[in-house]
Write a protein that binds this ligand. Structure first.
Ligand SMILES: Nc1ncnc2c1ncn2[C@@H]1O[C@H](COP(=O)(O)OP(=O)(O)OP(=O)(O)O)[C@@H](O)[C@H]1O
Length: 481
């Protein structure tokens, strides 16, 4: 049953009227046109590029419903709140909504002509028979307009944050081949892109691929070196205090207040790998009168909601979120001035996704990673444990996954150890962009190459020492997130 034919629309009018934006960003219009023409689209573009608009705007035009498949609750809630403010009929089905509400949504689908324009669901929900039955009814009535798969890298074994339920999303193209599908991600290498296209069952010859740049020129990338004997806490707090002092200068303070920001606080995120560090670091910062809150999967939903809301609202005492990877994709707060990684993360893609939470308003922001070789070895050993934990039955799969993760971690190690290339260039090259991105003193190499080399020599433990430690099995195990 073909999808209803779309009429031509005044995209600029809808952009202004519904989304309150004055103009399209580069490529948005082309992507929107392609999907409105019924083409399948793969869009890879930098964090904060404005990918969501590419399926949200088409969704409010014409008839029918857009199903948005998204891996994260936080991401859905963020987008849904913004759409509701714009007066769009949007709903989500996830584990936190009451049964009565969920039934009302499913009834809306079952009637065949849903009132809802965008429905956000998890990939796991898409595997359920009763939901698929509802979709068939909507499709029968030619009201299934579009499928959007957000954070599409999660489909791929080769992407970070792999989720098995994503693999069954081929259902959509199998059952509704003419309903356009749009897959979006900020961090896809060519291998991940091919994997996503294949897994979703898209036709390689006809899918429109938009590969935007991954570059974020307003982000200032910096590596700080550490070893197990150094306490990076003092280094970080000194840096933060200097940032506070700059913000308190009268002209700067006035400018910040005009933007609704507090000069006595800087909004930021610190990523830690382990819950224990997350709690301890937030407590230590609070002790030193830095407003910080922990965020990890072990906290109650009430606490997580409170911390997230306080932070988004720039509330005093909530300036810094100390988070595990439970806090990541889809956080769209525009004035995050720094993202610090307390240890090397598990993958290059994960690192860049998390760093991408900074500077979404386009203003200069810092992305700093504290890198130590001992942490590198701990990350490798945890990775090996994760894979072996999958059991002997999944042997071939496990080996392949381990290989891809190891490659990604190795690329991140090389990024940290590199003292002779622009950081922006290393990132672009990793994601398959061979160009040299613009970098106006926006990385530690461009700022001072010699200082970078010196800091590395002074800061890192020697490889000999690390090798002895590895052999003695010194790296303790702990749980991620
Ligand atoms: N044309 C536009 N003009 C101005 N602002 C825009 C435009 N398009 C999107 N934005 C804004 O840019 C911000 C980032 O958009 P969005 O959350 O869709 O990014 P994204 O590409 O999905 O990033 P990520 O991959 O990091 O989640 C949002 O606050 C959104 O309102």
């Amino acid at each position: 049953m073909p999808a209803r034919k779309q009429e031509p629309y005044d995209l600029d009018f809808v952009l202004r009227r519904v989304f309150k934006k004055s103009s399209f960003r580069p490529v948005q219009r082309e992507v929107i046109r392609a999907t409105l023409e019924g083409q399948d689209v793969f869009l890879s573009a930098a964090t904060s590029f404005g990918k969501s608009l590419c399926f949200q705007l088409p969704a409010v035009l014409g008839h029918g419903i857009t199903i948005v498949i998204s891996p994260l609750l936080a991401l859905m809630n963020n987008q849904i709140a913004a759409l509701r403010t714009a007066g769009v009929a949007v709903e989500t089905i996830n584990s936190t909504i009451p049964l009565s509400h969920k039934n009302a949504i499913l009834d809306d689908l079952r009637c065949g002509h849903p009132h809802i324009r965008l429905l956000y669901v998890t990939p796991e929900f898409c595997t359920l028979d009763h939901f698929r039955r509802c979709l068939r009814i909507v499709h029968e009535q030619q009201e299934l307009s579009r499928i959007a798969v957000d954070e599409a890298h999660c489909i791929s074994e080769w992407g970070h944050d792999f989720r098995r339920a994503f693999q069954s999303l081929s259902f959509f193209k199998r059952e509704f081949p003419e309903v356009p599908l749009i897959a979006l991600t900020a961090t896809a290498t060519s291998r991940v892109r091919n994997d996503v296209i294949e897994t979703l069952g898209l036709d390689r010859r006809t899918v429109r691929v938009f590969n935007g740049t991954v570059a974020r020129p307003n982000l200032h990338f910096e590596v700080r070196f550490k070893n197990d004997d150094s306490d990076i806490y003092d280094d970080f707090v000194t840096w933060l205090r200097a940032a506070h002092a700059r913000r308190k200068q009268p002209s700067r303070a006035a400018e910040l207040q005009n933007r609704g920001e507090r000069p006595d606080g800087v909004s930021g995120i610190i990523y830690t790998l382990f819950r224990r560090d997350c709690e301890a670091l937030a407590a230590r910062l609070c002790n030193d009168r830095v407003g910080a809150r922990p965020y990890h999967a072990g906290l109650s939903s009430d606490l997580k909601d409170d911390y997230l809301k306080g932070w988004v609202d720039n509330k005093e005492g909530y300036d810094v979120i100390v988070a595990t990877t439970a806090f990541g994709m889809g956080i769209d707060k525009e004035n995050v001035r720094f993202v610090v990684h307390w240890q090397i993360p598990k993958s290059f893609e994960g690192y860049y996704q998390e760093a991408g939470r900074a500077g979404r308003d386009g203003k200069a922001s810092v992305c700093m990673i504290y890198y130590g070789r001992e942490d590198r070895d701990r990350a490798a050993s945890l990775m090996a444990r994760d894979v072996s934990g999958r059991g002997a039955a999944a042997n071939a799969d496990a080996m392949q996954t381990m290989q891809s993760r190891a490659q990604s971690l190795q690329a991140l190690v090389e990024y940290c150890e590199n003292t002779n290339t622009c950081r922006h260039k290393i990132i672009a090259n990793y994601f398959g962009d061979e160009s040299t991105p613009q970098c106006e003193w926006a990385c530690d190499w461009h700022k001072d190459k010699n200082d970078l080399k010196r800091r590395k020599e002074d800061g890192l433990a020697s490889e000999e020492w690390c090798s002895t430690q590895r052999q003695s099995g010194a790296y303790a195990m702990d749980e991620y997130d």
